[in-house]
Ligand binder design. Sequence first.
Ligand code: FAD
Length: 505
Amino acid sequence: MNNRTTKVAIVGGGVAGVTSALHLAQMGIKVTLYEKRTSLVDGPPWCHLHAGGNLYREISDEQCVTLLKQSIDFVKFYPYVVDYRPTVIALPAEDRGTVKQLLPRLELLKTEYQNLVSLDRSNKVLGDIEEYYRLYSLEKMEILKTRSIVDKPKTIDDWMIPVAKNLDFDTVQFPLILVQEYGLNMFRLAAGSMLAFGNLPHVNIRTETTVEDIEKENGKWKVSYRDKQHQMHEEHFDYLINAAGFKTGEIDDMLGIHTERMVEFKASYISKWDAKSDIMFPEIIFHGERGTPRGMAQFTPYPGGYFQLHGMTNEITLDKEGLVKSSATSAQPVLQDKLIKRIDEGWDRETIHERTQNSIKHVAPFIPAFAEAKVGSKPLFGAQQIPGDDPTLRVAEVSFPVDDYARCEIVKVSSSIDMAKAIAHNLVAQGHLESDVLDHCVCNHTDLMDERELNSHAQKIATQRGYPSIMGKRNVEKPPGVNKIERIHNEKAYMDSRCEQRHWA
Ligand SMILES: Cc1cc2nc3c(=O)[nH]c(=O)nc-3n(C[C@H](O)[C@H](O)[C@H](O)COP(=O)(O)OP(=O)(O)OC[C@H]3O[C@@H](n4cnc5c(N)ncnc54)[C@H](O)[C@@H]3O)c2cc1C
């Protein structure tokens, strides 16, 4: 066995494919990544880290704790992708739940964070433990309302001033919760991963290349693909990683593997609030019941007065026909033509305008001055996979249904680090990788990254994709209290225990 002769094919250059490629290439494995689009990380959007799953009241404590652990690993692997601004959670006045009901989970997450930091101090990437979350009473908010806005917030209170000045206090329950749930910037990963691959000799990135068929031939995977000149080619590999996102079922179908899964189409909208273009807001979440007219509203700040909006109603983020399941004859769920057309060809102007206005109206009852916001650009949208048959599942990574095959099915991007590590573990189990590599490889692709180059590349990518260039910039860099990113010392022992917990072995 020689790591350098093992050849791995990855189908799909989203977060799952890119993270697998970065991880394995740093272990010396030869990786070829096929991506049909012109650049990497151009699938469905992601803007929340979900460090504790506080946006999802309906999921189990267990999923929230796993999301917390996985988010910490994600921040350590991809520090340059994180927008270090907190999130405010508000319960609407008419919501059937109470703030008191949310507190036991927050306490549990704080304790888990404390335990993770005690285990390994490099885990302290979400700020001080005591400040993982903080409550804000009406009285405290009234005081903050009288303070001046701080250009670059340094304290937690600084972040709450713009909220105090703009929120209609009659529309929400108190206390408000501020939690260290950070933002993510997908343009920065698109840019950063391309820069990193430029420094890794073992990676072959084939963009504008579509995998059309895969079969086993003489113990190897034969991958047939069409290149950007529309020419067909074949290549043989020892190991195959299916990271095709919502098209994962198509690869399963090529291999004749049946499985149950769902695909969901969703969209978020880009608004521009000119009057507040120089104010730094935290993210604000207004809880609500999914699929009803009062579905959760998410107000996600970018620099320059741009706000990405989600509204969990059928007229905004969701679509009545947006959730589909695999069938008895195919592992690939089939989305309606109109939704596939939106993914492949884009949106008509009228729908962009109507749905973005709906999303602004959804937030405006809570933040009245936001009613003046306008359409900022085309939406961020796409379809994502959910393994199994539970649409509320938020934590999933990878499965190994046959030899030499890894099927990635992440639901949240923070799961991608556990996913890549589980694949490395499986490569060892299948005899393609020496186990001591897990202990000795230092997977830190950020070492050679130049922030200025990254920033300019990320802004260029945003523009090329039809978004304002400033959306490629993050609002807040790593705050001073956050630890320098360090590596877990014994990767193998760590992964053995994680695999056992998550049933990957
Ligand atoms: C509106 C919306 C908001 C979201 N917000 C968040 C969030 O805030 N936080 C979060 O963690 N997650 C969020 N998600 C989920 C997140 O976007 C997905 O979990 C994640 O993007 C999945 O990454 P992936 O790499 O598995 O798939 P993708 O990003 O879809 O990548 C798959 C890639 O495979 C390529 N491909 C497919 N078939 C082939 C083929 N035959 N040949 C070559 N290439 C192929 C595709 O072109 C694509 O680039 C959101 C999803 C949506 C829809």
